[in-house]
Unconditional design. Sequence first.
Length: 255
Amino acid sequence: MDVTVHHRHDISDELWAKIEPEFPNSNGKRGRPVGDNRRFFNGVLWIMRSGVPWRDLPPDYGHWNSVFVRFRRLAKAGFWTRLAKLFINCPDFEWIMIDASHFKVHQHGMGAPGGTEDAGRTKGGINTKLHVAVDAHGMPVRFQITAGNQADCTQGIALLEGFPLQFVLADKGYDTDTIIGYLRSHHADPVIPPKSNRKEQREYDKYLYKLRHLVENYFQKVKSWRGLATRYVKTTLSFSSYFNIFNSLMWAKVA
C-alpha cells in the first residue's frame, strides 16, 4: 500500500500561497516552534475529510494531540472565523438564498464538558442544524449552528442582518409574518412560496425561485466531506470551525 495515499487531498500550492500569509508566525509562546503550518493545516483538512478520530491522524502530519491542541487554540482565538471573513471578497448580493440542513450527531459528538451542545432530537435521531446564507453565485456569506429541532425560520433574520437586500430566496419554511415584514421594511422582494394555510396567498417570482438550488448545492459540497456530513466533534466551536475552514477554501479558490 502506498503510504502517501492519504496526501491526495492535501492543499494545492496555489491555494496555500493565498492562505499561508494569514497564519500566525512559526513561533509559539515563549519562542517555542509550532512546526510547519502547511503540514498542520493539511492534518486538519485530513480529519475534516475523513471524519476519523484525532488519535488516528497519520503521524506524518504531526503528533495527533499537538495538531488537535493547536486547532482548538486557534478556534478559541477566533482565527478560523477571521480567516473565513477575510476571504469573502465582493459577494454578489443581487440575490441571497437561505436554507438549513440537518447533520447527524455521532455518539462521539455527545457529552461535551458542561453538557451536549447544539444537538436536538428529531424524527431522524439526534441532529445539529446548519443554517446558511449564500450569495447569487452560491458562495457562503454567513452561517449559524443550532440544535436540530430548531425551526429554520428562527435564524432567518440573523442570517440576513446587515446585508444589502434585493431578492431573498427561501422555501416556505421561512414564510412567517416576521421575516416577510423584515424583508419589506428593507425594500427587499421575498421570493418565498406562501404556506398553504395563509388566508391571502402572496405572489412570488417562480422563475427566480428555481435558482434556490444554489444553496442546496452548497450543502451537497459540504456533505461530501465525512467529518462535516456527520458531527463527530463534541463542541459547537470545533464544528463551526470546520465550516469556517471549508468556506475559506471555497472563497480562496475564486480569489
